[in-house]
Design a protein. Structure first.
Length: 142
């Protein structure tokens, strides 16, 4: 996101609907939701988890604000995990349109690995979007 302004963060640069700002917003919301799933442990979908608007950077959003939200979400995850004494503890997952109909359970460890995978996947998306935007990527500055 280095050197990207709000207008650039909202700009689509590929056939995908993804934008740099939308990716950051989604990752922040994703991390908040999965941390809540671990902490609450009630199997309920956190508010906004299924909201497809999380992939869009609206006019009311700023990149700085979204990056701060993402940093706060990461701090929240760190705090929550610090209190977990057993990473093997099984947590009920929310039933979602893409999940099997019967309740699924993941360990806290698997949820954390899912967050890492989700972040890595979208970091790759962001790299492609950024390269199409101005030629920069994770190893070459523009």
């Amino acid at each position: 996101m280095r050197g990207v302004d709000d207008a650039q963060a909202r700009r689509r640069t590929t056939v995908s609907e993804l934008t740099l700002g939308g990716i950051v917003r989604h990752l922040a919301q994703c991390e908040e939701a999965w941390t809540r799933i671990v902490v609450e442990g009630d199997g309920e979908a956190p508010e906004g988890m299924l909201d497809m608007e999380q992939y869009r950077m609206g006019e009311a959003h700023t990149l700085a604000g979204l990056l701060e939200r993402y940093a706060a979400a990461a701090r929240g995850t760190e705090e929550a995990v610090r209190d977990v004494t057993d990473l093997g503890r099984r947590v009920p997952l929310p039933v979602t349109p893409w999940s099997p109909p019967e309740r699924q359970f993941w360990s806290v460890r698997r949820i954390l690995l899912h967050l890492i995978r989700e972040t890595a996947q979208h970091a790759g998306h962001a790299d492609i979007v950024r390269e199409a935007l101005d030629g920069a990527n994770t190893t070459a500055r523009r």
